[in-house]
Design a binder for this molecule. Sequence first.
Ligand code: DP6
Length: 356
Amino acid sequence: MPTYEATSTAPVNIAVIKYWGKRDTALILPTNSSLSVTLDQDHLRSQTTSRCDESFEKGDRLWLNGKEEAVKADGRLGVCIRELRKMRSEVEQGDEKLPKLSQWPLRIASYNNFPTAAGLASSASGLAALVASLAQLYELPQSPSLLSCIARQGSGSACRSLFGGYVAWREGTSSDGSDSLAEEVASRDHWPEMHALICVVSDKKKGTSSTSGMQRTVETSPLLQHRLTLVPGRMKEMESAIASRDFDAFAALTMADSNNFHAVCLDTSPPIFYLNDVSRALIGLVEELNRASKEATGHLIAGYTFDAGPNCVIYALEGNIATVIRAVQRYFPTEAAFPDPFGVLGGKEAGEVDVK
Ligand code: DP6
């Protein structure tokens, strides 16, 4: 008997134009398009292995980092599995000889190669790896963009993790969500000098989840309406900044959009505070580095962004990343430091910095 098993990985992505708000909460259709940078596989990623077998006891089962989680049929995970099964069963209907994998129970095991407790988005990479592994197991012919429509229903930002490099999630206009999908706007190789420095400010679980926070924003924030008029222009500017490898424009837009997103969080009722004093001090540091760099060279050196939590991601180019790391380590000294994943410091100092 052959074994039907497939393993896939998907990296974390960090948005530079943020997704915040749903126009359809069931299908996970966003109120605006977004754009992210997918981090390298080697550093922060999820790996998922899926297996199906006729002899398995009825019902699908899933383990996250070794701990079993319930698979609810109408939950986000259950919806992703159902949609991928449907695709497989269409393939099976077209070829009688194929084994009926769509009817067999699944066993899925997923691991993150970074501490889940580090407060870094694991749902995006986790759901993307799950969709990729099932698509591989079922030998689905669908393109990554079509599969991103499924990952989107698991967690909005997950649709972007099915691609590497620079990725746009187009909000789409159809009510069934068929055109709300992710696509690569540029490959990693297009701008290989780009680096992301992750500053772990807190490893505690965030107080307000993205899902509930953004819903509260949609229901209560008048400022969100203004944000929605800004984003289409920013998407275009960001895409052209990436196309022309214009770091000044990329960094300025990234910081502006992060600040606008957190302003909208503050405008929510009750307000949502994701940033803490350390986050704000990091903003101050990057702004100061940029001021000095602008004065000396006429260019920005770095761009910060924050998701739904206090941790900071700083984008900088190869030639400047070591300066940024040293500045962060100088002002936020810490004993615990991850090894230098980029090798930019000759492996002696940290590239992913713990700044608690
Ligand atoms: C701030 O994708 O986690 O990281 O669709 O409800 O699962 P759900 O939300 P999620 O939200 C991510 C929000 C963000 C911005 C972004 O990644 O674009």
